[in-house]
Design a binder for this molecule. Structure first.
Ligand SMILES: NC(=O)C1=CN([C@@H]2O[C@H](COP(=O)(O)OP(=O)(O)OC[C@H]3O[C@@H](n4cnc5c(N)ncnc54)[C@H](O)[C@@H]3O)[C@@H](O)[C@H]2O)C=CC1
Length: 397
């Protein structure tokens, strides 16, 4: 692999930035159309993100960001790590990359027509493989690291549902244990699992769910909200039973609590976005008993509030854990504030000037808090957020 792209390639790719800004979504649309002619490639993707169009927009943004920063790649380090983690979770392998190269170059030619000259296509081919090498190398390291650990694995492994438990009117937890009876890899609190369903009507459907329990070598727990028209969540809520099998890849993701947290921690969540926070809270209760921790959660009302008793229980056992709850609609008996969590409340109630802030929730929640925290002088390296779905890297913009 070239260790660096030539100045000529960089210039040719950068020259396509205006065309990508204008036609990026058309290009990614054409790319996916070409890519999905191969059934085995189509099965690698979460098709609900395709149906919503979100994946096309996210990829168009990523391609544009790559072209814009091709002479300053360190800017993309976080994005590259997230993509590599996601690829390992989706069991993407080096042999899949040529399919994307062919589809992307074909799509650029199709959409840009004569403007996509041979030198431009050659430059994009080179640029694609340059980035692909970086990703494939990183993904190989992640996979090696996974198999080197007790309970680790790569590719899909069969898990059984061994417990199913309602956490609120709309949220259910599932405990998953390997069918082979072996141990599981201790995940990093905050990481997610990738599940593949193999049931009639859901064959090949893939979804990510955050792990909602603390690290252990025996089982994982996921906690799932029923989404309107959600195929996978509908199946899990209505049809999955004890003993149902799900295929799972190893825990992935870089949104996690440090091994030895050095600053106070604020765990800020909206709705079912509390799941990775509960995993972090269990780990803090178990291993970081002196770490000042603020568990701040907003949800619609008491009926949608999952794992409430569990979180309160952990807080009661540990002096260092403070819990605050916000309901959009509260009743007099609720131990909750009314309305949304606000930046003013956070400023008055948690050590924003020192803490690491972890955020997970719906997009409007992240779109509100990430810029508000930056405006409140929280340095971006202390703001950590997670959102499932095609990654939107522009929340801080
Ligand atoms: N690891 C991950 O990336 C995970 C992501 N999620 C995501 O979290 C989201 C949670 O969704 P739902 O439970 O449907 O949430 P929701 O739409 O019901 O909202 C939950 C709460 O978030 C708060 N909120 C929403 N907008 C806000 C704003 N602008 N300012 C302040 N607070 C606001 C409110 O308290 C609201 O009650 C989903 O989009 C899901 O994909 C969930 C679990 C894990």
């Amino acid at each position: 692999m070239a260790t660096q792209l030539s100045a000529e390639t960089i210039a040719l790719v950068k020259a396509t930035v205006p065309a990508l800004a204008e036609h990026g979504v058309a290009i990614t649309e054409a790319m996916y159309r070409r890519l999905f002619r191969d059934e085995h490639i189509a099965r690698l993707f979460n098709q609900s993100n395709q149906n919503s169009g979100a994946q096309r927009f996210a990829l168009a943004g990523a391609v544009l960001a790559y072209a814009q920063n091709i002479d300053n790649l360190p800017v993309l380090t976080t994005t590259v790590e997230r993509i590599a983690q996601k690829h390992v979770g989706y069991a993407i392998l080096p042999e899949h990359y040529p399919f994307v190269a062919t589809a992307l170059l074909g799509a650029i030619k199709e959409v840009l027509g004569e403007a996509a000259t041979d030198p431009i296509l050659a430059a994009w081919g080179e640029a694609y493989w340059f980035l692909a090498e970086i990703l494939m190398n990183r993904e190989a390291v992640i996979r090696q690291d996974l198999v080197a650990q007790t309970g680790g694995w790569t590719d899909w492994r069969r898990f059984l549902i061994t417990e199913k438990r309602a956490e609120s009117d709309i949220i259910v937890s599932f405990t998953l244990r390997p069918e082979d009876g072996g141990p599981v890899l201790r995940h990093k609190p905050g990481q997610y699992l990738t599940l593949r369903f193999d049931t009639a009507g859901l064959s090949g459907v893939i979804r990510n769910y955050s792990i909602s329990c603390g690290p252990n070598s025996d089982h994982y727990r996921i906690t799932v909200k029923r989404e309107p028209q959600g195929e996978a969540s509908g199946f899990l809520h209505d049809s999955a039973r004890l003993g149902s099998v799900l295929e799972v890849t190893a825990p992935a993701g870089d949104f996690c609590l440090a091994d030895s947290p050095e600053r106070p921690v604020v765990l800020l969540s909206g709705g079912v976005g509390l799941t990775p926070m509960v995993s972090m809270l269990e780990e803090i209760a178990e291993r970081h008993k002196a770490l000042p921790t603020y568990f701040v959660h907003g949800t619609a009302d008491r009926h949608s509030h999952a794992l409430a008793a569990h979180v309160r229980h952990l807080a009661r056992l540990h002096d260092n854990i403070e819990v605050a709850t916000f309901y959009e609609r509260s009743e007099p008996a609720d131990a909750a504030n009314t309305g949304y969590i606000t930046i003013d409340w956070l400023r008055d109630s948690v050590p924003l000037d020192q803490a690491d802030i972890f955020l997970c929730g719906p997009k409007p929640f992240l779109r509100h808090f990430v810029p508000s925290l930056i405006a409140a002088n929280v340095s971006p390296d202390r703001i950590h957020y997670e959102f499932f779905g095609p990654t939107d890297e522009n929340l801080a913009a």
